[in-house]
Structure formats: C-alpha cells, structure tokens
Design a protein around this ligand. Structure first.
Ligand SMILES: Cc1cc2nc3c(=O)[nH]c(=O)nc-3n(C[C@H](O)[C@H](O)[C@H](O)COP(=O)(O)OP(=O)(O)OC[C@H]3O[C@@H](n4cnc5c(N)ncnc54)[C@H](O)[C@@H]3O)c2cc1C
Length: 405
C-alpha cells in the first residue's frame, strides 16, 4: 500500500471517474472514519451533457437520493413490457408474436445527468473533493498511484488502469448501440417501458421519461450488423411507433459484455487499485444493464474496506456476480443459438410476471418457470450450442478462463 499522503491513522482515496460507480465508491469510502481525504477525478463537468444511456435504473434504492424529479427520477415505472416480433417487416399496429410483462417496482426512468449531478453535489457538501473537467492521463495516473492510499478505478470501459497497462484487449465488448431522447406521445405505456425483439441478435427500446418524452435506442450483438446503423435505428422507430431521432441527436456506443475481465484484473495489490462498475467489466452480458451492477460493486468494496478484507474483493465480486453471469449466458443462448422468434416468444411468455431482479440475478426462478413449459424447455436445450452454454454456466467456464471448475 502507498503511504505518502497518510498521516499515522488516516487514509486517502482517489476515485477516477465520477459516474454512478465512482459516486457509489465515494459514498461508501467517505463514510468510513479512517478516510480523511476522498477525491473524485472526473473528466467531464456535471453541468454539461454527459453519458446518455438507456437511463433505466432498475433498483433505485441503491441511489442515496430522494426519488424526486428534481433529483432526476422522472418516471416511476411499474415494470417493462417485452414485445417479440417475427422479424422486421411488421407495422406499428401489428400484434407481437409474444408479450411478457416484467415487474420492476423500485425502477425509474431517469435523467441520468441530473441524478449524477445531484449525487455529486450531495457528496461535495459532505466533504468529498471533486476535480472535474480534466481527463486523467497515464502519467497523471502514475502520480495518483504514488499519492493516494487507495485508488478506485471507476473510469468505465475500458478502464484507465488497463489502458495504462496496455491490456484493454481483455475486454470483449461487442454490442453496438444507438440512442437518443425524442418527443412524442408515450401516454399509452408511460409506466411500462417497452423492449422490442425483432429477429436479430439485439433489441430496441422505448423508455418514456414522461408522457411526451422518451429515451429510445437500438443495440446489436453477434456477427450480423446493419450496413447503416442510423438507417436501421430509423426504421425500428417507424415500425415500433416511436419518433425517429435526428441523426445529429443520436449517440453511438459500444456496450460492454461482462464477465469479460478475469477477477484478478479487478484488484492490483501492488498499488492498492480496485476496479468497480464497467471498468471491472461487470455490465450484464445479455441486456447491457450496468448501473446497479456498478453501484453494487462499489458497495461491496466499501464493506470489505470497512472490515479490512479488501484483498478478498476479486473473489467476493465474482461470487456476487456469478448467478447473474450464469443467467445472462443462458438467456443470451436462447437468443443467439436459436434465432427463432417463436421460441423466444415462448421463453418471454414463460417469465411473465417475474421481476427484473429475478430475470437478472435468480437463475432458479427463471428455470422453474421454464420447466412449467416442458416443450419450450426441451426445444431450448435441443441444441449443441445451448447445451455447451449450460455446461459452461454450471462449471463456471467463462471466456476469461480463470474460474474453470
Ligand atoms: C446505449 C447504452 C444504453 C444503456 N442503457 C442502460 C440502462 O438503461 N440501464 C442500465 O443500468 N445500464 C445501461 N447501460 C450500461 C450503463 O450505461 C453502464 O453500465 C454504466 O454507465 C456504468 O457506469 P460506470 O460508472 O461504471 O461507468 P461510466 O458510466 O462509463 O462512467 C465512467 C466515468 O469516468 C469518467 N472517466 C473516464 N475516463 C476518465 C479519465 N481518464 N479521467 C477522468 N475521468 C474519466 C467518465 O467521464 C465517466 O463519467 C447502457 C449502456 C449503453 C452504452
């Protein structure tokens, strides 16, 4: 551990990246009495436009702010509606081949920029120092390693730590996504945002922030990609009845697909560096969700530092994420190995009424629902690729290969 900024009984922490994971890390660490100095380094300004993701926070109890519109919690949703179509040549009035309604009682569609700004303001008022508006370069990173006792890398994907080590190829992000905020009439489904599956490996979404505004987007995984991403986004908007975003208001990103880092790459004991959130490669590999995952990883790290067990972070993080990795690997198989809309519709209908928490983190809930539909379950596993995924999931054989049974 680095000692330079330490007095005899207090510690300092540098948090690189001040989005959800970094803010959660700052919240946890600042609450520990031994930390006298907690600094968040964020390359953007909180008043500027920052990251624009789908803005669905599925468990808002993890964010220590009152759930008010002033704090960015603009639409208190009941859950999500999954709509499965047989391909991409339907019109907005055509009925999907399968519909499933999932519960998400603690969920909101947010103004994420506002949530992060208010969270940072709260921490600043409590004594956390923010240094914003300058990107940490690799040489500045080395200086930070020398200066602070604890370094929490929350810089997203790929992390600054792996950039500094020139190991960014260890991430295997493969989903390209476009999104934008649009105006329109969303009154018929404001409380239940929609996700559309249309026969390609990917999906589009329309997440209302109000009756007249929504975050809309489209993402692709797998090998088949459109020739023109924006045109594909435009036509899914037309097919699914949400407004077509202007090209210059459309963002394009790569969504990480965790688990893409070995647990060993989430902690570097020689410099006391810990990776949280997207930096640690833990976003859900099936649907791309990463906000709650990032906050949970920072909360876990805070608990471990509080009990002086931080050396166990990689193992504990892996154990916390394992059921989610497993379920995502299997759910992605239902999608990728079969490419069969009727089967996907049957799977979607079998999970009707479950919560997002169930379908993200509780494989036994999903499996028990599938077993109530033996024909669907039999079709699902009647495929070598799917059987391989079942084997991999239950022997912890992930792509980084560090946890094979
Ligand atoms: C199109 C799209 C839609 C998505 N929709 C959803 C959704 O609806 N719900 C959900 O839960 N997840 C969603 N995700 C995933 C989610 O956005 C990420 O998992 C989440 O943002 C991870 O948060 P983080 O704090 O770990 O990293 P990030 O959000 O990537 O934040 C990293 C922070 O570090 C800062 N930073 C980076 N490098 C430096 C540097 N060198 N110096 C200083 N600061 C630096 C950045 O400015 C940024 O603020 C979506 C992702 C995409 C791409």
């Amino acid at each position: 551990m680095q000692q330079q900024s330490r007095s005899d009984d207090t510690c300092s922490a540098a948090i690189i990246g001040g989005a959800v994971s970094g803010l959660a890390a700052a919240t946890n660490i600042h609450a520990l009495p031994q930390f006298s100095d907690v600094v968040v380094f964020e390359r953007q300004q909180y008043d500027d436009k920052r990251v624009n993701c789908g803005e669905a926070i599925n468990d808002t109890t993890l964010v220590p702010l009152e759930k008010t519109p002033e704090n960015g919690f603009v639409n208190d949703i009941d859950g999500f509606e999954l709509r499965v179509y047989d391909g991409q040549d339907h019109d907005p009035h055509e009925q999907p081949v399968g519909v499933s309604r999932l519960q998400c009682e603690p969920g909101y569609i947010c103004e994420r920029n506002v949530v992060e700004k208010r969270w940072a303001d709260k921490l600043a008022a409590e004594g956390v120092e923010f240094r914003t508006g300058a990107s940490i370069s690799p040489s500045k990173y080395d200086q930070i390693l020398e200066t602070y006792d604890y370094i929490i890398d929350a810089s997203g994907q790929p992390s600054l730590t792996l950039k500094a080590k020139q190991e960014t190829t260890n991430y295997t992000g493969d989903m390209v996504a476009l999104n934008a905020t649009v105006s329109g009439d969303f009154s018929s489904y404001t409380e239940r945002p929609r996700i559309f599956f249309e026969g390609y490996v990917g999906y589009s979404w329309s997440f209302p922030k109000s009756e007249t505004q929504a975050n809309v987007g489209m993402g692709w995984a797998g090998d088949e990609r459109p020739e023109n991403y924006y045109e594909a986004f435009k036509t899914t908007a037309q097919r699914n009845g949400f407004s077509v975003p202007e090209r210059d208001q459309t963002n394009i990103y790569t969504i990480p697909r965790g688990p893409s880092l070995s647990p060993e790459q989430t902690y570097y004991p020689e410099n006391n560096v810990f990776l949280v959130g997207d930096a640690a490669g833990i976003a859900n590999r099936y649907q791309g969700e990463g906000i709650c995952q990032g906050i949970r990883s920072a909360n876990l790290l805070g608990e471990l530092i509080a009990t002086e067990q931080e050396h166990r972070y990689p193992e504990k993080l892996y154990n916390m994420m394992k059921s989610e990795y497993r379920l995502a690997h299997l759910m992605r198989g239902a999608w990728v190995e079969h490419e069969d809309s009727a089967l996907l519709a049957a799977v979607a209908e079998s999970i009707e009424g479950l919560s997002i928490e169930d379908i993200t983190r509780r494989p036994s809930q999903v499996l028990s629902r599938l077993l109530r539909r033996p024909i669907t379950a039999a079709k699902l596993i009647s495929d070598v690729g799917m059987l391989t995924r079942v084997y991999e999931s239950y022997t912890d054989s992930w792509e980084f290969g560090a946890n094979e049974a």
